[in-house]
Design a protein around this ligand. Structure first.
Ligand code: FES
Ligand code: FES
Length: 225
């Protein structure tokens, strides 16, 4: 597919003060001459977006553990093939641990209440909403985040590559969660039907409405992942 005009799509951000149809951080990024395809590559490789959460969900992430004080457990987490020993409070969520303690900010926080799927990671072979998963409950289990999909040499996972080829994301905020759900699906069912993909992705909301692009992306990855 050829590159498209970055200002021609309907972004979910509601800041129309900027030039073009898309204001906000994405518009600024596009205006900075980054190509849409290179932007998408950043999104699908590491979940990197430009402070999208503030625009997209008006949600304050700030979850430093200061409020509750005592950390009373030393837990080993196996994240993206590495064992990480870390102090976690009993009530600490996996999303918080990943983002704020391990620096894995590719996992996004949207609703923070188990509704949108932006925080989806894979634990073992199952997708989890990390915002509603207590960290200590997944200790010693294999956790995969968006940062763990590409190979060490930078080669993208086939699902990531397919998302770029289909120009799946719009703003990219939901993309890491969408990709994790797609990867988990293809691990358990390498040749799903369109309806099976729809059902598997139904726990991932997209405020930009890129559902058809995501569906095509996953179908494009069938047989490659
Ligand atoms: S942030 Fe929405 S389901 Fe976790
Ligand atoms: S929320 Fe913007 S691409 Fe899904």
């Amino acid at each position: 597919m050829s590159d498209i005009d970055a200002t021609s799509h309907d972004c979910a951000c509601d800041d129309v003060s900027k030039t073009g149809a898309c204001g906000g951080p994405i518009g600024e990024l596009m205006e900075s001459k980054a190509s849409r395809r290179s932007f998408l590559k950043g999104v699908v490789a590491s979940g990197a977006t430009v402070s999208g959460s503030g625009y997209m969900f008006r949600h304050a992430v700030g979850e430093a553990e200061a409020a509750t004080g005592n950390v009373d457990r030393l837990v080993t987490l196996k994240v993206n093939g590495q064992a990480r020993k870390i102090d976690v409070a009993p009530h600490e969520t996996l999303a918080n641990t990943l983002r704020n303690k391990l620096g894995l900010t590719g996992t996004k926080l949207g609703c923070d209440r188990g509704e949108c799927g932006a925080c989806t990671v894979i634990v073992g072979k199952t997708t989890y909403y990390s915002c509603t998963t207590l960290t200590h409950t997944v200790r010693d289990q294999e956790i995969t985040t968006i940062e763990g999909l590409a190979k060490a040499d930078g080669t993208l996972h086939p699902v990531q590559a397919a998302f770029i080829e289909e120009l799946g994301p719009q703003c990219g905020f939901c993309t890491p969660g969408q990709i994790m759900s797609a990867v988990a699906l293809l691990q358990s069912n390498p040749k799903p039907s369109v309806d099976q993909v729809r059902r598997a992705m139904s726990g991932n909301l997209c405020r930009c409405g890129s559902y058809d692009h995501y569906l095509k992306s996953v179908m494009r990855a069938v047989g490659r992942a």
